[in-house]
Design a protein around this ligand. Sequence first.
Ligand code: NIG
Ligand code: FE
Length: 414
Amino acid sequence: MNTPAVRRPNRALWRGAHLATLRPDRPWGWIPDGAIVTEGERIAWVGPAAALPAGLAVDAEHDWGGGVVTPGLIDCHTHLVYGGNRAREFELRLQGASYEEIARAGGGIRSTVQATRDASDAALLDATLGRARVLLREGVTTVEIKSGYGLSQADEARCLRVARAVGERLPMTVRTTALGAHALPPEFAGRADDYIEALCDWLPGWQAEGLVDAVDGFCEHIAFSPAQIDRLFSRARALGLPVKLHAEQLSNSGGTALACRHQGLSCDHLEHLDDAGVQALAAAGTVAVLLPGAYYFLRDTHLPPVAALRAAGVPIALATDHNPGTSPTLSPLLMMNMACTLFRLTPEEALAGFTRHAARALGLHERLGQLTPGRQADWAHWAVDHPHELAYRFGHSPVCRVVRAGQPVQEVLA
Ligand code: NIG
Ligand code: FE
């Protein structure tokens, strides 16, 4: 039998559920009783099942059997690679110690740096894969993973390699972010400027090894100054790397305006963002990433300026910010619930924050984040009747089945 010279990719038809496509032209991008046709890894057609092209030839047909299908969730801010935990620090904070006091006394991020340096490569990878699997089970098909607990040339590279390995071992898209400017490592005590210089010199090697998709920093009085972040970002941009920033989390230090001057993909946290910062985000098209887990876990009371961000048309993304110190959660749906109760987002904004806007925060908005023809066939199929249920429950989540690049992924989670 002759093999045709050009074979079209495997075509599959999926039907039997409502679709929240997140196309921005209608609420939720809603298509009741919808259908999706995939060709290989991509979506070829989306619409009401009643409008399926007549006589469509498919290689496989799937019936969802009810429920709602959304784009695969995108967790655009995580610190998944680390050793140890900070449960003891949680106890101390409950007894009255502040996050800053613990950090200044050498605890906080630096205690996780020690535990991370002490962990073997295998143990780090195992722990990270375990966390990524929990995200995948709750519908996350794309995850950004930061370094930031190695803080030496070798240990940051080790963490970035672990992050890359997640994308090779699991059916998830992984974007890696070099967060060397997370805290000052003990070797550079009192020499923050020297550390930033060293970091700038390490970047090209990590980039040459294919370890870095973006560069991040922590701009805060307990971390690095805007001038120091400016030097790091100038180097990153000269290497062609996009930047993003932990900004205005504990105080208003002007990091947002600085990141916007470097065309930042996103500014994250933003509890203390002022009006000038909101305008800078709007003008630069930079995404505001809100992190309700850290706000809640630090028992913060200073709310990010959601109404001003909304009024200025700034895209608002959400993320778990999973990390051992300020947000040890692995539940995007809990973050959606908290974004509604604590930050007053609507349930629809919360879902857009984990899909369409999160894709933009990673520079992947043309490929991911909506169920539309041409985009990757990544979705989550939920046992709910309406997508507003996703942000409604907390502490338990509806059953979710995941398809990534056109392939069901349940079996890797068994
Ligand atoms: O996103 N703010 C800085 N970085 C992390 C916390 C890291 C830690 O405490 O280990 C965050 O909240
Ligand atoms: Fe963070």
